[in-house]
Design a protein around this ligand. Structure first.
Ligand SMILES: NC(=O)c1ccc[n+]([C@@H]2O[C@H](COP(=O)([O-])OP(=O)(O)OC[C@H]3O[C@@H](n4cnc5c(N)ncnc54)[C@H](O)[C@@H]3O)[C@@H](O)[C@H]2O)c1
Length: 288
């Protein structure tokens, strides 16, 4: 059991992990810190954390494990803010949606990746932000990806794995570059598309008439455009190479569809729809 755990960043993910760890009994005391004092106050009031700290250093001073749950481009800042206060045998992990950028930023600060830093990413979330939206069972039966690095202490990895398992998650490991390529395709690029599509409609002169008449399909397709712009700015910027390549590929695909429509090749359009539906059905049937 971890006697004392600190969470830096008390938003949806940090708050949900705190709630889940509390419920699992895997940790004793949870101390939290957020650069937005309102989040820290709310976390304490809701009983998500036991103690509120007024700085990152104060939060980690007694912690055996530190979880960094801030927007990805701020992960290294959060670690820098507390590095002098970390216990000698600490384990630090993160939950960021990109891994290559986080590792590069930390390597820059420390000269080499510290053995006690375990990069992680829970594949769970919602379009909501903030500790008020934290849910206790967000990670149950969901994957958590760890991307251990060359200097990784296996014991640190085992500690983080045990924490995620205690809240019902399944832990898998993969290389950071592979992680970033996969999540560019399945998450980062779809968010960019959803934001762009809603923005395009919102800028139409008749937007006030279009949105109220939208149905379930529109809701399903655009749900993720309600996500935090600041968080997604960081993710797309941090994983810009793979996301940009997908955007270029999608533009080509759309131009292909335009050509089919201009040519009146409706059967070919239906073939695309059939291929896509079959791929999605196959994917759904394979989900563990
Ligand atoms: N929301 C999701 O669906 C989801 C899923 C998996 C992973 N993630 C990752 O989890 C992380 C957190 O996302 P979230 O959804 O909880 O966002 P959120 O906006 O709900 O919470 C982030 C919190 O971090 C705080 N913060 C920013 N900089 C800080 C710093 N230097 N020190 C301390 N606190 C700081 C913010 O004030 C905010 O309260 C991100 O890296 C994101 O990529 C999100």
């Amino acid at each position: 059991m971890i006697q004392h755990l600190a969470i830096l960043g008390l938003g949806l993910i940090g708050g949900s992990f705190a709630r889940a760890l509390r419920a699992s009994g895997a940790v004793g005391t949870i101390t939290g810190f957020d650069t937005d004092p309102q989040q820290t106050t709310t976390a304490l009031r809701l009983g998500v954390i036991d103690r509120a700290a007024d700085s990152a250093s104060a939060a980690v001073a007694e912690a055996q494990v530190v979880v960094i749950a801030v927007p990805v481009l701020h992960t290294a800042d959060a670690l820098r803010a507390c590095r002098d206060a970390l216990l000698p045998d600490v384990v630090v992990t993160d939950v960021g949606s990109t891994k290559g950028s986080v590792l590069a930023d930390i390597r820059r600060d420390f000269g080499e990746l510290p053995p006690w830093f375990v990069p992680g990413h829970p594949i769970a979330g919602t379009e909501k932000s903030g500790v008020a939206n934290a849910v206790v069972d967000l990670f149950r039966n969901r994957r958590v990806i760890l991307t251990p690095h060359a200097h990784q202490d296996p014991a640190a990895c085992a500690t983080v794995t045990a924490l995620w398992r205690s809240v019902g998650a399944r832990v898998v490991e993969m290389a950071a570059a592979r992680h970033d390529a996969i999540f560019a395709a399945t998450s980062h690029f779809p968010h960019l598309l959803a934001f762009a599509f809603v923005d395009m409609l919102a800028r139409r002169d008749d937007a006030d008439d279009v949105f109220p008449n939208a149905g379930g399909g529109f809701r399903d397709f655009t749900r993720i455009a309600s996500s935090s712009p600041a968080m997604w700015h960081d993710i797309v910027r941090a994983n810009a190479g793979p996301v940009r390549d997908l955007l270029a590929q999608q533009i080509e695909e759309l131009q292909g569809l335009l050509a089919l429509m201009d040519a009146g090749d409706w059967p070919a359009l239906q073939v695309v729809f059939e291929r896509a539906r079959a791929a999605r059905e196959r994917h759904l049937s394979q989900i563990e």
